[in-house]
Design a protein around this ligand. Structure first.
Ligand code: NAP
Length: 375
């Protein structure tokens, strides 16, 4: 049972929270010579890039360079964007990563020179944008985008930048933490940094995927009413069990925006727009006057551009976001630990079955997250 008071307190404290246990004393660097850390397996993006062409290879485990750590990965997780990165059609940032995935968690097993943020044995996750520590977003964060422009989590032992690491609270398991860097941080950013959600408000979250489901859990823990849309009645039943107050099947109800407006008695205060421009008209239709629509989804494109009048007639705020900062990740972990939130993981795959895990993301036959368990 979620303790709402603790959760709200944690969210309020969040501005000052830090996930790292403070600056640790400098540790001796792990410099032992080539191959000294043994050999380990990673999945590499193939050429040409495609899910079928992902390659499981064994390599000399690399030593961490200055500012880097080596992490023994316990679990990783897949996001919608990872399909695009592995398939060679993700539109943002020039892919330089050969190892995919922006979400994971594990244990620090070697430190490069100058690393003071963490120590050996720490349980860690890493920001999707390790150079965005706090404050405002900048386009330059894409120069260090884990799993896209720098190597990601899909290996037994991987190098990560120490600047992006967050130390996990005891209450957060490796598996839970492995699902948060992208979808969890994005939902937190949208609900608490942009929309400044308050108890008693109503949130609409589109679909039953990773961002939507953790968004539902965070919003409910805050004392908000939550509306979820899905193409599947079975998935809607599942999100009702997770606490959704109102559910609408968007496939059976093409004008679902009006339906949400009616069922909520005058519209929602916050929309997690997890699909994109294709659903924006309906999201505006579902909105109460003065609502905030946070643009999270990146596709698909609509046949026509969204109608603009809703912005004026309902005085809406429309704000796009790209993930979130390290501080937001720290605040998310503190809030989840206080509220006892466990992310929804419906499908688990062995590390050797990573291709099947990507296929599961394609079929979208799950609620919440798809996890990969590393050996
Ligand atoms: N801006 C950012 O920082 C950021 C961060 C993370 C993700 N994203 C983007 O956010 C989107 C969702 O990501 P994810 O990782 O949560 O994806 P996901 O786990 O693959 O979930 C996608 C979900 O979209 C839903 N959906 C598709 N068409 C819909 C429609 N017309 N109306 C309502 N729901 C619809 C589906 O719900 P049903 O199966 O229930 O119908 C599906 O579960 C992606 O476009 C992703 O690229 C952006």
């Amino acid at each position: 049972m979620v303790n709402r008071r603790n959760f709200i307190a944690a969210a309020g404290l969040a501005a000052g929270a830090t996930a790292a246990s403070g600056a640790a004393p400098a540790q001796p660097a792990a410099r032992k010579g080539r191959g000294a850390l043994g050999r380990s397996r990673v999945w590499r993006i193939g050429s040409p890039p495609s899910i079928a062409n992902l390659q499981l290879v064994t390599r000399d485990t690399p030593e961490p360079g200055r500012g880097q750590v080596l992490v023994r990965v316990v679990a990783s997780s897949i996001n919608a964007r990872d399909r695009g990165i592995v398939g060679g059609f993700f539109p943002i940032g020039e892919r330089k990563a050969s190892i995919p995935l922006s979400e994971g968690a594990g244990e620090v097993i070697a430190l490069g020179e100058g690393v003071t943020e963490v120590k050996l044995g720490d349980r860690v996750a890493c920001c999707h944008f390790p150079t965005w520590r706090e404050g405002r977003w900048s386009p330059s964060v894409y120069d260090n985008d884990v799993g896209n422009t720098v190597d990601g989590w899909l290996g037994e032992q991987v190098l990560l930048p120490a600047s992006g690491l967050v130390v996990l609270p005891e209450a957060i398991s490796f598996e839970s933490a492995a699902t948060l860097a992208s979808s969890g941080v994005t939902a937190w950013h949208a609900l608490f940094e942009i929309a400044r959600l308050r108890p008693g408000q109503t949130v609409l979250t589109l679909g039953t995927g990773g961002v939507s489901t953790i968004g539902l859990q965070l919003a409910r823990a805050t004392g908000a009413r939550v509306v979820v849309t899905s193409s599947s009645d079975a998935k809607l039943e599942r999100v009702r069990q997770l606490g959704a107050d109102i559910t609408v099947n968007y496939r059976n109800t093409p004008d679902w925006g009006q339906r949400v407006y009616e069922l909520t008695g005058g519209g929602v205060d916050v929309v997690l727009e997890n699909v994109g421009r294709a659903t924006l008209d309906e999201s505006m239709q579902a909105s109460a006057p003065g609502a905030t629509i946070v643009m999270i989804g990146t596709g698909p494109l609509p046949k026509e551009l969204p109608k603009m009048p809703g912005f004026y007639t309902r005085n809406l705020m429309l704000k796009a976001i790209s993930n979130g900062s390290r501080q937001m990740f720290a605040d998310l972990l503190a809030g989840m630990a206080a509220a006892g939130i466990q992310p929804v993981i419906e499908k688990r795959f062995a590390f050797e079955d990573a291709i099947a895990a990507f296929r599961e993301m394609e079929t979208s036959d799950h609620v919440g997250k798809v996890l990969i368990q590393h050996p």
